[in-house]
Design a protein around this ligand. Structure first.
Ligand SMILES: [Zn+2]
Length: 226
């Protein structure tokens, strides 16, 4: 029961799923979690941490066949934001060839406020998902890979408008780089679905088709998924 309780308490996406899909969600989450090695840096290991981080990935890929992000074997959990490389700004998370990095403090806060369109867990899993599909050849999902080209026609158009100075709800950071545009779109897709659908309907619809799920209709899939 503990696992279900943690998901129910901490993950709003899981909370809204119909019972049958909650079961599938838990099975996927445990499979994802057991396929990774979690490294804890400057914080104590807690059982709910791998579970909830895995749940962020499972949520994003819930409509896809391939959900384990196979290429990534290691997930590094840091206590809070950290410095990385030569960047001056502190990081809440990042994805590189050696793993997925997340600040637990920021991850936890992001799920506690699931309405502001700011979710580092979903953001980094979005980077990890494009990484396995386009940068390496381990854990690809055929539907995602082919549908991404359709999505990106709309995505690029909106991104280019943003770079030319037009602002929208995604905010300035999304205009900095197309990869960031993608990851921020995912945060809004899940946390502020209605507003994204209202303000950028083409983008919203293409995300529904790409991910084969619609956060406004929990547990409904465009095509059946096993
Ligand atoms: Zn990013």
């Amino acid at each position: 029961m503990t696992y279900q309780n943690w998901l129910q308490y901490y993950n709003p996406y899981y909370r809204r799923l119909p019972e049958k899909e909650k079961e599938r969600f838990l099975i996927r989450t445990l499979e994802f979690s057991s396929s990774k090695i979690f490294h804890f840096k400057d914080l104590e290991k807690e059982e709910r941490i791998p579970l909830l981080i895995s749940a962020a990935a499972v949520q994003l890929t819930f409509g896809l066949k391939e959900f384990r992000l196979d290429y990534f074997k290691n997930i590094y959990v840091l206590s809070q934001h950290y410095h990385y490389g030569l960047y001056n700004v502190p990081f809440e998370g990042h994805v590189s060839s050696d793993g997925i990095y997340l600040s637990w403090l920021n991850f936890d806060r992001a799920y506690a406020d699931y309405t502001d369109g700011n979710n580092v867990g979903l953001h980094e899993m979005a980077h990890a998902l494009t990484y396995v599909n386009f940068t390496v050849n381990e854990g690809r999902d055929e539907h995602f890979k082919s549908q991404f080209y359709t999505f990106t026609k709309t995505g690029r158009r909106i991104f280019n408008e943003m770079q030319a100075g037009r602002s929208n709800l995604l905010g300035e950071y999304a205009a900095s780089d197309y990869n960031e545009f993608w990851a921020v779109s995912i945060e809004f897709f899940f946390e502020r679905s209605l507003e994204l659908q209202y303000e950028l309907p083409d983008l919203y619809n293409d995300l529904v088709l790409l991910l084969n799920q619609d956060p406004l209709r929990p547990g409904v899939f465009i095509q059946p998924v096993d």
